[in-house]
Design a protein around this ligand. Sequence first.
Ligand code: TXA
Ligand code: MG
Length: 313
Amino acid sequence: MEMSTDITHAAKRLQAGDLVAMPTETVYGLAANALDAEAVQRIYQAKGRPSYNPLIVHVPDVQTAMQYVEWNVNAERLSQAFWPGPLTMVLKKKPDCPIAPVVSAGLDTLAIRVPAHPIARALLVACGLPLAAPSANRSGHVTATNAAHVAEDFAGKDVLILGAGDTEIGLESTVVSLVDTPVMLRPGSITHAQLEAALQCTIARAQDNNHAPNAPGMLSSHYAPNAALRLNATHVEAGEVLLAFGAPLAAKHVVNVSEQGDLAEASSNLFSALRALDRFGATTIAVMPIPSEGIGEAINDRLRRAAAPKDGN
Ligand code: TXA
Ligand code: MG
């Protein structure tokens, strides 16, 4: 593991097939050259990620995305509304698509996004490669939203961390499949209502299912701290630590994701709050209720998965 702020150096490491953790506006990504199957295999190995869970490809612009996937009118609308930004589109791969098949776990579709973070963009331009990058955490663990989180999860691994402070949004991108009728596969800071407004149609939500082939990453246990989570807590039991939202309940150890009760602030603090609460060593984190509107849908999605039993995922 190595920390750096040198983008040229990081670009060279990517060209050589190495792993680079990069900041994006959502969360940190663990990036590798998406054209190089061996480099991409290193991502799955380093994360301990199941081979059936495909990765997102990051590209610098729409033109590059169009080289890899079958473009359509919905992709055009959403890219105009939200790229660069925290939206991932799943589209059919072009027949001659050079992206290594292992990136999309052998599926004939590809998840693709143009990130907005200036360092991610500079890195994409400097290396001149499409970058496969899942979130930079051990598979199933809490997502990394700063360089210290990445370092915690990949100690002893051959990973260059391009450090740049805390990510702004703090939750992974919204994922929408546009292969057929649009389906929101994962909620994020771009809300369901914003997608419907941009496409002028109703958009279904993927069913939670551990083995659904159209949403292979939507495992029910995910984002999980060591402690168990008790959601929608209205009191704190002896020995529990508290994840608070708004005016806190009484508790010995509290991390408040937003004293003002602001959902955007809560999303940006959520994952570091879970990591911080874990450090108290309690067996259970009580979580105060957080409203489900807007970005609250994504917050509650992550909390539900973090609370799910770790049954072999
Ligand atoms: O904000 C983000 O999306 C971050 C940053 C680094 O870009 N990345 C991220 O990647 O969250 P990851 O691997 O943690 O989540 C990717 C999600 C998974 O749920 C995966 O199953 C889904 O996207 N996915 C990837 N390719 C897919 C495909 N071809 N079809 C359906 N779902 C796909
Ligand atoms: Mg992830």
